[in-house]
Design a protein. Structure first.
Length: 321
Protein backbone atom coordinates (compact mmCIF):
# COMPACT_ATOMS: atom_id res chain seq x y z
CA UNK A 1 0.00 0.00 0.00
CA UNK A 2 1.44 3.37 -0.99
CA UNK A 3 0.88 6.62 0.82
CA UNK A 4 -0.29 9.46 -1.38
CA UNK A 5 1.48 12.77 -1.17
CA UNK A 6 -0.22 15.39 1.03
CA UNK A 7 -2.18 18.09 -0.74
CA UNK A 8 -1.44 20.70 1.93
CA UNK A 9 1.04 21.03 4.79
CA UNK A 10 0.90 23.67 7.52
CA UNK A 11 4.04 24.48 9.50
CA UNK A 12 4.65 26.99 12.25
CA UNK A 13 7.99 28.61 13.16
CA UNK A 14 8.81 30.92 16.07
CA UNK A 15 9.73 34.54 16.25
CA UNK A 16 12.78 35.35 18.33
CA UNK A 17 14.20 37.95 20.63
CA UNK A 18 17.88 38.67 21.18
CA UNK A 19 18.48 38.63 24.92
CA UNK A 20 22.02 39.77 24.14
CA UNK A 21 23.42 41.22 20.94
CA UNK A 22 26.99 42.38 20.42
CA UNK A 23 27.75 43.94 17.03
CA UNK A 24 31.23 44.32 15.59
CA UNK A 25 32.50 47.08 13.30
CA UNK A 26 31.46 47.37 9.66
CA UNK A 27 33.50 44.92 7.60
CA UNK A 28 34.86 45.36 4.10
CA UNK A 29 32.14 43.03 2.78
CA UNK A 30 29.42 45.32 4.15
CA UNK A 31 28.39 43.01 6.98
CA UNK A 32 28.88 43.10 10.75
CA UNK A 33 30.01 40.16 12.84
CA UNK A 34 27.73 39.53 15.82
CA UNK A 35 27.59 37.54 19.02
CA UNK A 36 23.91 37.02 19.64
CA UNK A 37 21.98 35.04 22.22
CA UNK A 38 18.74 34.02 20.53
CA UNK A 39 15.59 32.98 22.34
CA UNK A 40 12.65 31.57 20.39
CA UNK A 41 9.33 32.73 21.85
CA UNK A 42 5.77 31.50 21.67
CA UNK A 43 4.66 33.78 18.87
CA UNK A 44 4.62 31.72 15.71
CA UNK A 45 4.41 32.44 12.02
CA UNK A 46 2.48 29.84 10.03
CA UNK A 47 2.90 28.87 6.41
CA UNK A 48 0.54 26.54 4.57
CA UNK A 49 1.92 24.98 1.40
CA UNK A 50 -0.71 23.56 -0.96
CA UNK A 51 -0.27 21.74 -4.25
CA UNK A 52 -1.25 24.03 -7.12
CA UNK A 53 -2.87 22.99 -10.37
CA UNK A 54 -0.51 25.07 -12.51
CA UNK A 55 3.29 25.51 -12.29
CA UNK A 56 4.43 28.47 -10.28
CA UNK A 57 5.00 29.68 -6.73
CA UNK A 58 2.28 31.98 -5.42
CA UNK A 59 2.20 33.79 -2.08
CA UNK A 60 -0.72 35.17 -0.08
CA UNK A 61 -0.83 36.74 3.39
CA UNK A 62 -3.40 36.45 6.17
CA UNK A 63 -2.62 38.99 8.90
CA UNK A 64 -5.02 37.80 11.58
CA UNK A 65 -3.03 37.27 14.78
CA UNK A 66 -3.08 38.29 18.47
CA UNK A 67 -1.10 41.47 17.74
CA UNK A 68 -2.19 44.15 15.28
CA UNK A 69 0.04 43.32 12.31
CA UNK A 70 -0.41 45.51 9.23
CA UNK A 71 0.27 43.42 6.13
CA UNK A 72 0.71 46.42 3.84
CA UNK A 73 4.00 46.45 2.01
CA UNK A 74 4.73 42.72 2.29
CA UNK A 75 5.97 41.65 -1.16
CA UNK A 76 3.95 38.81 -2.65
CA UNK A 77 6.16 38.12 -5.65
CA UNK A 78 9.39 36.16 -6.04
CA UNK A 79 11.23 38.44 -3.60
CA UNK A 80 9.15 37.22 -0.65
CA UNK A 81 11.27 34.98 1.55
CA UNK A 82 8.75 32.12 1.41
CA UNK A 83 8.82 32.19 -2.40
CA UNK A 84 12.61 32.26 -2.32
CA UNK A 85 12.64 29.38 0.16
CA UNK A 86 10.36 27.25 -2.02
CA UNK A 87 12.42 28.07 -5.11
CA UNK A 88 15.67 27.23 -3.30
CA UNK A 89 14.31 23.90 -2.12
CA UNK A 90 12.97 23.05 -5.58
CA UNK A 91 16.30 23.91 -7.17
CA UNK A 92 18.24 21.87 -4.62
CA UNK A 93 15.96 18.87 -5.06
CA UNK A 94 15.86 19.08 -8.84
CA UNK A 95 12.14 19.81 -9.02
CA UNK A 96 11.30 21.33 -12.39
CA UNK A 97 8.43 23.81 -12.54
CA UNK A 98 7.29 23.64 -8.89
CA UNK A 99 3.57 24.20 -8.42
CA UNK A 100 2.75 25.44 -4.94
CA UNK A 101 0.48 27.97 -3.26
CA UNK A 102 1.95 29.43 -0.04
CA UNK A 103 -0.23 31.19 2.53
CA UNK A 104 1.50 33.08 5.35
CA UNK A 105 -0.46 33.66 8.55
CA UNK A 106 1.28 36.67 10.10
CA UNK A 107 1.60 36.78 13.88
CA UNK A 108 5.13 38.19 14.27
CA UNK A 109 5.50 41.97 13.66
CA UNK A 110 6.65 42.92 10.18
CA UNK A 111 10.11 44.57 10.16
CA UNK A 112 9.94 44.33 13.95
CA UNK A 113 13.30 42.87 14.91
CA UNK A 114 11.85 39.45 15.73
CA UNK A 115 12.87 37.52 12.62
CA UNK A 116 9.35 37.12 11.27
CA UNK A 117 10.50 36.86 7.66
CA UNK A 118 13.10 34.29 8.66
CA UNK A 119 10.42 32.30 10.48
CA UNK A 120 8.33 32.39 7.31
CA UNK A 121 11.26 31.07 5.28
CA UNK A 122 11.92 28.30 7.81
CA UNK A 123 8.27 27.27 7.81
CA UNK A 124 8.16 27.30 4.01
CA UNK A 125 11.26 25.10 3.75
CA UNK A 126 9.81 22.52 6.12
CA UNK A 127 6.33 22.67 4.56
CA UNK A 128 7.58 22.24 0.99
CA UNK A 129 9.99 19.51 2.08
CA UNK A 130 6.99 17.58 3.38
CA UNK A 131 4.64 18.50 0.53
CA UNK A 132 7.09 17.40 -2.15
CA UNK A 133 8.53 14.46 -0.24
CA UNK A 134 12.07 15.65 -0.87
CA UNK A 135 13.33 14.08 2.35
CA UNK A 136 15.95 16.69 3.22
CA UNK A 137 17.44 16.44 6.71
CA UNK A 138 17.35 19.19 9.32
CA UNK A 139 20.99 19.92 8.51
CA UNK A 140 20.21 20.19 4.78
CA UNK A 141 17.35 22.59 5.46
CA UNK A 142 19.55 24.69 7.76
CA UNK A 143 22.16 25.03 5.00
CA UNK A 144 19.51 26.13 2.54
CA UNK A 145 18.09 28.48 5.16
CA UNK A 146 21.45 30.13 5.81
CA UNK A 147 21.53 31.12 2.14
CA UNK A 148 18.21 32.93 2.60
CA UNK A 149 19.00 34.84 5.79
CA UNK A 150 21.16 34.65 8.90
CA UNK A 151 18.19 34.06 11.23
CA UNK A 152 16.58 31.24 9.22
CA UNK A 153 18.64 28.37 10.72
CA UNK A 154 17.64 29.49 14.22
CA UNK A 155 13.95 29.65 13.28
CA UNK A 156 14.27 26.04 12.11
CA UNK A 157 15.97 24.96 15.35
CA UNK A 158 14.16 27.07 17.96
CA UNK A 159 14.98 26.90 21.65
CA UNK A 160 17.92 29.08 22.64
CA UNK A 161 21.28 29.44 20.96
CA UNK A 162 24.38 31.53 20.58
CA UNK A 163 24.80 32.90 17.07
CA UNK A 164 28.23 33.97 15.82
CA UNK A 165 29.52 35.10 12.44
CA UNK A 166 26.59 36.97 10.92
CA UNK A 167 24.34 35.09 13.33
CA UNK A 168 24.08 31.80 11.46
CA UNK A 169 26.84 29.89 13.28
CA UNK A 170 24.66 28.37 15.99
CA UNK A 171 25.51 26.67 19.26
CA UNK A 172 22.45 25.47 21.23
CA UNK A 173 22.00 26.69 24.79
CA UNK A 174 20.44 24.32 27.32
CA UNK A 175 17.66 26.59 28.55
CA UNK A 176 14.78 24.39 29.63
CA UNK A 177 13.19 26.65 32.24
CA UNK A 178 10.73 29.11 30.69
CA UNK A 179 11.20 32.85 30.89
CA UNK A 180 8.21 35.15 30.52
CA UNK A 181 8.13 38.27 28.40
CA UNK A 182 5.70 40.89 27.16
CA UNK A 183 6.14 42.09 23.59
CA UNK A 184 5.03 45.54 22.49
CA UNK A 185 4.73 45.91 18.73
CA UNK A 186 5.00 49.30 17.03
CA UNK A 187 2.59 50.51 14.37
CA UNK A 188 5.40 50.78 11.81
CA UNK A 189 8.60 48.82 11.24
CA UNK A 190 12.27 49.72 11.13
CA UNK A 191 14.61 48.77 8.30
CA UNK A 192 17.36 46.50 9.62
CA UNK A 193 19.97 47.96 7.21
CA UNK A 194 18.97 51.48 8.29
CA UNK A 195 19.46 50.59 11.96
CA UNK A 196 22.91 49.16 11.26
CA UNK A 197 23.83 52.26 9.26
CA UNK A 198 22.73 54.46 12.15
CA UNK A 199 24.81 52.34 14.55
CA UNK A 200 27.87 52.87 12.34
CA UNK A 201 27.18 56.61 12.18
CA UNK A 202 26.76 56.89 15.95
CA UNK A 203 30.01 55.04 16.53
CA UNK A 204 31.84 57.23 14.02
CA UNK A 205 30.52 60.47 15.51
CA UNK A 206 31.39 59.42 19.07
CA UNK A 207 34.81 58.09 18.13
CA UNK A 208 34.02 54.89 20.01
CA UNK A 209 36.02 51.91 18.84
CA UNK A 210 34.69 48.40 18.85
CA UNK A 211 36.12 44.95 18.39
CA UNK A 212 34.90 41.86 16.58
CA UNK A 213 32.70 39.94 19.04
CA UNK A 214 33.92 36.40 19.58
CA UNK A 215 31.81 35.08 22.46
CA UNK A 216 28.46 35.67 24.10
CA UNK A 217 28.25 37.13 27.59
CA UNK A 218 28.74 34.26 30.09
CA UNK A 219 26.45 35.97 32.61
CA UNK A 220 23.63 36.00 30.05
CA UNK A 221 24.15 32.33 29.27
CA UNK A 222 24.20 31.38 32.96
CA UNK A 223 20.98 33.25 33.72
CA UNK A 224 19.27 31.90 30.60
CA UNK A 225 20.28 28.32 31.34
CA UNK A 226 19.02 28.62 34.92
CA UNK A 227 15.82 30.36 33.91
CA UNK A 228 16.73 33.09 36.42
CA UNK A 229 14.73 36.13 35.34
CA UNK A 230 16.12 38.40 38.07
CA UNK A 231 19.70 37.64 37.09
CA UNK A 232 18.98 37.97 33.38
CA UNK A 233 17.34 41.36 33.90
CA UNK A 234 20.68 42.82 34.95
CA UNK A 235 22.66 41.62 31.95
CA UNK A 236 20.46 41.76 28.83
CA UNK A 237 22.01 44.09 26.26
CA UNK A 238 21.57 45.12 22.65
CA UNK A 239 24.24 47.10 20.78
CA UNK A 240 21.58 48.11 18.21
CA UNK A 241 19.31 49.70 20.81
CA UNK A 242 20.82 53.22 20.71
CA UNK A 243 20.52 53.25 16.92
CA UNK A 244 16.91 52.02 17.00
CA UNK A 245 15.97 54.61 19.63
CA UNK A 246 17.70 57.31 17.58
CA UNK A 247 15.48 56.43 14.61
CA UNK A 248 12.33 55.95 16.70
CA UNK A 249 12.70 58.10 19.87
CA UNK A 250 9.17 57.39 21.12
CA UNK A 251 10.24 53.83 21.91
CA UNK A 252 12.30 55.09 24.85
CA UNK A 253 9.15 56.37 26.58
CA UNK A 254 7.53 52.95 26.21
CA UNK A 255 10.63 51.24 27.60
CA UNK A 256 10.51 53.45 30.66
CA UNK A 257 6.77 52.96 31.09
CA UNK A 258 7.09 49.18 30.94
CA UNK A 259 9.56 49.24 33.80
CA UNK A 260 7.28 51.53 35.80
CA UNK A 261 4.47 49.02 35.31
CA UNK A 262 6.52 46.15 36.75
CA UNK A 263 8.89 44.80 34.09
CA UNK A 264 12.21 43.57 35.44
CA UNK A 265 13.89 44.93 32.32
CA UNK A 266 13.08 46.06 28.81
CA UNK A 267 15.02 45.86 25.58
CA UNK A 268 14.66 46.59 21.88
CA UNK A 269 14.32 43.24 20.10
CA UNK A 270 17.07 42.96 17.50
CA UNK A 271 16.92 45.93 15.16
CA UNK A 272 13.51 46.90 16.56
CA UNK A 273 11.08 48.48 16.86
CA UNK A 274 9.40 45.65 18.81
CA UNK A 275 10.13 45.92 22.53
CA UNK A 276 10.56 42.92 24.83
CA UNK A 277 9.91 43.27 28.56
CA UNK A 278 11.16 40.59 30.93
CA UNK A 279 8.71 39.63 33.69
CA UNK A 280 9.28 37.73 36.92
CA UNK A 281 6.85 34.94 36.04
CA UNK A 282 3.74 34.11 33.98
CA UNK A 283 1.37 35.98 36.33
CA UNK A 284 3.56 39.08 36.27
CA UNK A 285 3.68 38.92 32.47
CA UNK A 286 -0.11 38.70 32.28
CA UNK A 287 -0.49 41.73 34.57
CA UNK A 288 2.05 43.71 32.58
CA UNK A 289 0.35 42.81 29.30
CA UNK A 290 -3.00 44.02 30.63
CA UNK A 291 -1.52 47.23 32.04
CA UNK A 292 0.21 48.08 28.77
CA UNK A 293 -2.92 47.29 26.77
CA UNK A 294 -4.94 49.54 29.05
CA UNK A 295 -2.65 52.38 28.01
CA UNK A 296 -3.19 51.60 24.33
CA UNK A 297 -0.08 49.58 23.59
CA UNK A 298 -0.08 46.59 21.24
CA UNK A 299 1.13 44.14 23.90
CA UNK A 300 1.27 40.35 24.19
CA UNK A 301 2.63 38.00 26.87
CA UNK A 302 4.82 35.17 25.55
CA UNK A 303 7.34 32.70 26.90
CA UNK A 304 10.62 31.24 25.73
CA UNK A 305 12.29 29.02 24.83
CA UNK A 306 9.79 27.75 22.28
CA UNK A 307 10.04 24.96 19.72
CA UNK A 308 11.51 25.51 16.29
CA UNK A 309 9.75 24.96 12.98
CA UNK A 310 7.35 22.05 13.18
CA UNK A 311 4.25 20.74 11.42
CA UNK A 312 0.95 22.05 12.73
CA UNK A 313 -2.26 20.07 12.83
CA UNK A 314 -4.06 21.11 9.62
CA UNK A 315 -7.43 20.60 11.34
CA UNK A 316 -6.58 22.89 14.24
CA UNK A 317 -7.20 26.64 14.17
CA UNK A 318 -4.21 28.92 13.80
CA UNK A 319 -2.78 29.85 17.18
CA UNK A 320 0.16 31.88 18.44
CA UNK A 321 0.91 29.78 21.51
Amino acid sequence: MTTSAPQAVRVRAPGKINVSLKVGPLRADGYHAVASVYLAVSLFEEVTASAAAQPGITVRVDAGGPLRIPADGIPLGPDNLVARAAAALAGHAGIQDPAVDLVITKHVPVAGGMGGGSADAAAALLACNELWGTGLSAADLALLGAGLGADVPFALAGGAAVGLGVGDELTPVAAAAPLHWVLVAADTGLSTPAVYRRLDALRTSSGAGTEEPETADPAVLAALTAGNAAALAGVIHNDLQPAALSLAPALDNVLQRGKELGALAGIVSGSGPTLAFLAADADAAARLQDALRAEGHNALAVYGPAAGAEPADPAAPADHT
